[in-house]
Unconditional design. Structure first.
Length: 248
């Protein structure tokens, strides 16, 4: 049997966390001693392990409680599921590490990285899919007009526009160390704003919405992270500064 202090040390969580899990019915102690201390046995340790696995997957505590509270919940099946999820995460992390390394070499001029490798996910098919989703979230006519504008360009024009867009994000990644409000970064954000005119003319609120979309939509965020870690969040902060200055 483990006390709260012993279990917190073993599992790398705080005693307060264990108390909270007990309060919400997520992890009850195996028994409570005459002294009022909580004691945890092997079954509790396995349950805590499951909770921590789910937390690694960013699952809310309430959802974990519901899943683990089901009568058909099976620890072995859950472990197999965790294993598959962790494998996918590991593969994605390894892929991102390779891309980050290649981008670093690209920015240093040591290894020219193709546009395709910088933004693999932004195919025309993916753009079409995102456009369809956008019609459901935003003004449908604005989205359709943007699509018509894009489809009116020649193949060479499209390639030039995409190349320009990718160069903007590479330049942003290179200037990240200077800070979101720096002159260098703000100059690149102004280029980004001008670049948007190829598609549509967003107002200030829509610019902020785009910056949020880059973070909230996993597909956008993943592609920006391929260029540089935390680039999507950096773009959002830089756009906030840009819009604030425009509104003065």
């Amino acid at each position: 049997m483990f006390t709260v202090k012993q279990l917190s040390t073993l599992a790398g969580v705080t005693p307060r966390t264990l108390h909270h899990y007990d309060e919400i019915g997520l992890l009850k102690p195996s028994r409570i001693g005459d002294n009022g201390y909580r004691y945890y046995g092997e079954e509790s340790l396995l349950r805590l392990q499951q909770i921590l696995f789910y937390r690694e997957l960013d699952m809310p505590l309430e959802d974990i409680r519901k899943i683990m509270g089901r009568r058909d919940f099976d620890v072995l099946s859950a472990l197999e599921s965790h294993k598959q999820s962790l494998k996918k995460q590991m593969e994605r992390t390894q892929r991102l590490l390779r891309t980050v390394d290649n981008t670093i070499e690209h920015l240093k001029g040591k290894n020219k990285m193709s546009n395709k490798n910088l933004f693999e996910g932004f195919s025309e098919e993916e753009q079409e899919k995102l456009a369809q989703e956008a019609e459901q979230k935003y003004d449908p006519e604005t989205v359709r007009e943007s699509n018509r504008k894009w489809k009116s360009y020649s193949k060479d024009k499209k390639e030039a526009i995409l190349a320009e867009g990718k160069s903007i994000y590479v330049d942003l990644a290179a200037a990240m160390s200077k800070g979101a409000g720096s002159k260098e970064v703000q100059a690149v954000i102004a280029r980004w704003h001008d670049h948007m005119q190829y598609f549509w003319s967003p107002n200030d609120d829509q610019l902020l919405g785009l910056a949020d979309l880059y973070n909230d939509d996993p597909r956008f965020r993943e592609n920006y992270e391929k260029v540089a870690p935390d680039l999507s969040e950096f773009v959002r902060e830089a756009v906030k500064v840009y819009v604030a200055k425009r509104r003065k």
